[in-house]
Design a protein around this ligand. Structure first.
Ligand SMILES: Nc1ncnc2c1ncn2[C@@H]1O[C@H](COP(=O)(O)OP(=O)(O)OP(=O)(O)O)[C@@H](O)[C@H]1O
Ligand SMILES: [Mg+2]
Length: 515
């Protein structure tokens, strides 16, 4: 025991001697550096932990990892902070979410793959007269120190940092407004070289408000979920992480509403690609390269966006130089012909969705919509091209119930059985789109619930009778001479705007045929 006391006394003596040398040899500011060095050396060689400093400013640029850790801890700190840990609360501009961050010089524990790690938020005043910087630096030096067990370091660190980056990106995405992009500059770029313009995406349509068969709706939602969570599957299967949906059906059946519901469900940005503004395949590729991951790329009315009538024969007439090139979709090869005509080809479009370029980015959904699936080139429809074909049909009975809930606030159990079967019969006969039903319901929404239902039922019955009459007229016209048929079509066009649209499409189709 006596020996122990003697060695402790001599150790103290040595320490006192070293301290006096330190005081004599080093001025106060160098002394701090020296002590820090000693601390680090003992940390590195004697400790069973590894320490990593992640500073806010790395040289002159902002350290991306610092902001990622800050965001990551805003999630895990809130969950795992003990009672002694202090958290700062913040809310970003344009965000409805509150975030927690670790207060200055406080610590928090985290677990990853069953292993403990400790984070410390180190904030020290920046010393004047330090290193020169051409831009003003904050008064405080901020950084995080990560403490991790030496034995876990190799296995844990890379995966843990990846996990932090991914979580932070997800939090950022969730707390910010999503965007709706469009390419209306006709291939032009903004000063930062972006071909897309954007506005906040605020469409209120959701799968809850979308009126369609609930089983089909669930299928689509399950498909979207499987896609969004399918990173590993796509990697293993050697497939690009993307999915294509073709939405088709008459106007007003909810194709655009479905796209908005998809975007809101997955919280993806939307790129609304206006094909008529794109003049060449290479322009199309550039646009694709500038889209971000976790987005839906939409081409609406694909049959109208491109001239399909003369897609196969090669262009014979030379293009007038002063005329802008007309976008055209052809299934013939690209190459020289493409360069000469300066137009989009079908193969260009297919490359856009399917080819090597479609993989420059991850987790993207392509959605095409059309009112006339029969007009599309079979190359676009062949299996594997668009993964899911979704038919948006006239309003069915289950869809009507959803619309009644949305617009009149009436749930199914509130309906009288008699009314329910009347509604079912009327909607079955009416052949009416959800858009038209919505119009009827909007008109009646201020009435008392029961009255609103009765009025809506009357309107539906009226439409059902009209459809019956139109159906009969259509059967009759089959036997008429061609001149008479046109007259009859005009009469029908005057009777119903829905029919008018159909008639006009019919005429255009005929002209094209004659050409
Ligand atoms: N299935 C639906 N569920 C809910 N609302 C719908 C549905 N279909 C249409 N609507 C209503 O009708 C309006 C028009 O619908 P939407 O624009 O989605 O139709 P569309 O199929 O894209 O039509 P178009 O082919 O003319 O582009 C929407 O604002 C929406 O309120
Ligand atoms: Mg639409």
């Amino acid at each position: 025991m006596k020996e122990h006391w003697t060695s402790l006394a001599s150790l103290m003596g040595v320490l006192a001697f070293l301290t006096s040398i330190l005081h004599t040899l080093f001025p106060p500011e160098l002394r701090l550096v020296f002590l820090g060095l000693i601390r680090r050396l003992t940390r590195n060689f004697l400790s069973s932990y590894s320490y990593f400093d992640i500073t806010e400013i790395d040289g002159v640029s902002t350290n991306e990892l610092y902001s990622a850790v800050q965001l990551y801890l805003s999630k895990s700190a809130a969950i795992s902070a003990g009672c002694g840990t202090r958290l700062s609360l913040t809310r970003q501009v344009n965000s409805s979410a509150f975030t927690y961050t670790l207060s200055n010089n406080d610590r928090v524990d985290d677990w990853f793959q069953g292993k403990p790690v400790v984070w410390e938020h180190v904030v020290v005043p920046r010393q004047n007269g330090g290193s020169f910087s051409w831009r003003p630096l904050p008064d405080e030096k901020r950084g995080f120190t990560l403490r991790i067990r030496k034995k876990d370091r190799a296995a844990l660190l890379p995966k843990y940092l990846d996990h932090i980056m991914e979580t932070a990106a997800e939090i950022r995405r969730r707390s910010q407004d999503r965007l709706l992009y469009t390419n209306t500059r006709g291939g032009g770029m903004d000063p930062r070289g972006h071909p897309w313009e954007s506005v906040p995406f605020k469409h209120p349509s959701t799968f809850d408000t979308l009126a369609m068969d609930p089983t089909r709706k669930e299928e689509i939602m399950a498909d979207l979920c499987a896609f969004a969570n399918g990173k590993l599957f796509y990697e293993k299967a050697g497939r690009a992480w993307k999915r294509g949906y073709l939405l088709y059906g008459p106007p007003g059946t909810g194709k655009s509403s479905m796209i908005a519901a998809m975007a809101n469900f997955l919280r993806y940005d939307v790129y609304d690609l206006e094909l008529t503004e794109v003049h060449t395949n290479s322009e199309l590729r550039k646009l694709l390269m500038k889209t971000t991951s976790k987005s839906i790329i939409v081409i609406e009315d694909i049959d109208c966006s491109l001239n399909l009538s003369n897609r196969n024969p090669a262009r014979k007439k030379p293009m007038p130089l002063n005329e802008p090139p007309v976008p055209e979709m052809r299934s013939n090869a690209v190459g020289m012909d493409d360069a000469l005509t300066k137009s989009i080809t079908l193969s260009g479009l297919l490359n856009f969705t399917d080819g090597l370029w479609s993989c420059c980015g991850n987790e993207r959904i392509f959605v095409f919509t059309t009112n006339h699936i029969e007009k599309l080139d079979p190359a676009l429809l062949r299996s594997g091209r668009m993964d899911m074909h979704i038919f948006m049909s006239y309003c069915s009975f289950p869809a009507l119930k959803i619309l009644m809930r949305n617009y009149l606030g009436i749930e199914e159990h509130e309906f009288d059985n008699g009314i329910l079967s009347d509604l079912e019969e009327a909607i079955g006969k009416a052949e009416i789109t959800p858009a038209d039903v919505s119009e009827i319901l909007i008109k009646n929404r201020c009435l008392e619930k029961c009255e609103a239902v009765i009025k809506s039922l009357e309107a539906l019955k009226c439409r059902a009778n009209k459809s019956k009459v139109i159906g009969n007229v259509a059967v009759k016209t089959k036997g008429l001479e061609e001149g008479e048929e046109e007259e009859e079509q005009e009469k029908r066009a005057l009777e119903s705007p829905k029919e008018a649209k159909g008639t006009m499409v019919g005429c255009i189709g005929k002209e094209e045929k004659e050409e």
